[in-house]
Design a protein around this ligand. Structure first.
Ligand code: NAD
Length: 408
């Protein structure tokens, strides 16, 4: 019997959908049965009949949840949805396991196999087609630069006209991972003068290869797995002081700094916001309920300061380019589905180096060692003879970093 895969309609405010008609038709051709909750794709401009034409069945939410072996979603399920899940079902999405342990515990209690994209071992080359963090960050970085250009009251490029010459905008990107590099590339293409900054010294080459200037501070914060580490309070203070001068010189500041599972670091203090020139645009991609990179930023809200600077809480940028973001997300989901199924069976091998990390929960257990560490649980030992993600990462990291520098 064909494996049944479903995709749910997201909560209000989320425009993306985890399955697109293109991916539906690919799955159907590969002998999966696909159910789509009514209206799931509407905000990403994929109407129900596009799914029907692709071979899916459009159903109500109860059926999409109860009939599926694998349920794809963008954001973590609500408590009500978790109550409807059954033991042995697999769910795939951005489940926020590192920051929402209550949801993790509820999924474990339900004995659901929860695959959380945040836990993907991104440096393993086989996992790259599943890398939702990269695909969505890339969309977000692009959209952030466009939004900044739209809100800025002057040109981004230099303009020489009979009525005078307009200087190019000065754009500073703080945090130059996948989103930051994409924001730099987009702002450069719009003609701005761009500089970038990150605590990972490795990002200098990536910033410079895009034609932007890399700013240096005395703080260095490379952590594990290619990520930044959390800075100490002293380092944070030092960084904020050193960045203040750079911030004051720029017209647009796009911030993207994240440390996985932690509150985003505060890079732009209230003092820096107060001293910003009138018309300065801050776009804070890290803005969430956990906080943001810019003092006073609020998720999905624009705050205008007394001095006339705008702080745009832009944690939802991928959702603001919903069709492109959904296309990539669905492709990442398809890669996971293909990886975890064989001969019409769900095969969730906890000793596989990718799946053993991607799995937050299975059969009532917390599987990912990264998550276990965050939950202060002892490390789970892999069966003998299996390759660990970290050992492959050591050999793969270098060969893959070239792709990342393009913010793919
Ligand atoms: P992220 O979203 O976790 O963070 C965004 C950026 O913020 C990162 O560059 C980080 O260094 C930076 N940052 C964190 N704290 C900071 C601070 N206090 N000040 C300034 N900057 C700060 O990161 P990401 O974009 O998901 O990527 C992180 C790294 O992982 C990058 O090196 C990227 O190239 C790498 N990566 C590797 C692969 C792969 O090997 N396949 C895939 C994706 C990403």
């Amino acid at each position: 019997m064909a494996i049944v895969v479903s995709a749910l309609k997201e909560a209000d405010g989320e425009n993306r959908v985890a399955m697109t008609p293109d991916i539906v038709s690919r799955l159907v051709k590969s002998n999966y049965e696909v159910l789509i909750e009514q209206g799931a794709g509407v905000n990403a401009f994929y109407p129900d009949d596009a799914y029907t034409q692709a071979g899916a069945k459009v159903v109500d939410r109860n059926e999409a949840i109860s009939q599926a072996s694998i349920i794809a979603m963008i954001d973590k399920p609500s408590a009500a949805t978790i109550q409807q899940l059954k033991a042995g079902q697999a769910i795939i999405g951005l489940l926020a396991p590192l920051t929402d342990q209550d949801t993790v515990k509820a999924l474990a209690e339900k004995k659901v196999s929860a695959l959380a994209f945040e836990l993907l071992p991104r440096t393993v080359s086989r996992a790259q087609t599943m890398d939702v963090l990269s695909s969505q960050s890339s969309v977000a970085g692009y959209k952030a630069a466009l939004l900044a250009a739209d809100r800025f009251s002057r040109y981004f490029p230099m303009m020489i006209t009979a009525a005078g010459t307009a200087k190019p905008a000065k754009v500073l990107v703080l945090g130059t991972g996948v989103a930051g590099l994409q924001a730099i590339g987009t702002a450069k293409r719009l003609g701005a003068v761009v500089s970038g900054y990150d605590v990972r010294p490795a990002s200098r080459g990536e910033v410079e290869s895009l034609g932007a200037t890399f700013l240096t501070t005395s703080v260095s914060g490379a952590g594990e797995g290619g990520y930044a580490r959390q800075l100490t309070p002293e380092e944070t203070q030092q960084q904020q002081d050193e960045l203040a001068g750079f911030i004051a010189e720029n017209n647009v500041i796009i911030t993207t700094a994240q440390v996985p599972g932690r509150k985003p670091p505060l890079l732009v203090t209230q003092k820096s916001v107060d001293e910003a020139k009138p018309g300065t645009i801050f776009v804070d991609l890290a803005a969430s309920e956990l906080g943001g990179n810019v003092a006073g930023s609020k998720p999905a809200t624009t705050v205008t300061t007394d001095a006339g600077a705008q702080i745009i809480g832009a944690g939802d940028m991928a959702s603001q380019l919903p069709s492109a973001a959904s296309d990539m997300f669905a492709k990442n989901v398809q890669a996971v589905i293909t990886y975890i199924t064989k001969d019409d069976q769900l095969t969730l091998d906890v000793d596989d180096d990718v799946i053993g990390e991607l799995l937050a929960t299975k059969d009532g257990e917390i599987i990912s060692n990264r998550l276990r560490g965050a939950m202060k649980l002892p490390e789970r030992k892999a069966a003998e003879g299996t390759v660990s993600a970290s050992s492959e990462a050591a050999t793969d990291g270098q060969s893959t970093s070239k792709n990342d520098s393009k913010g793919a």
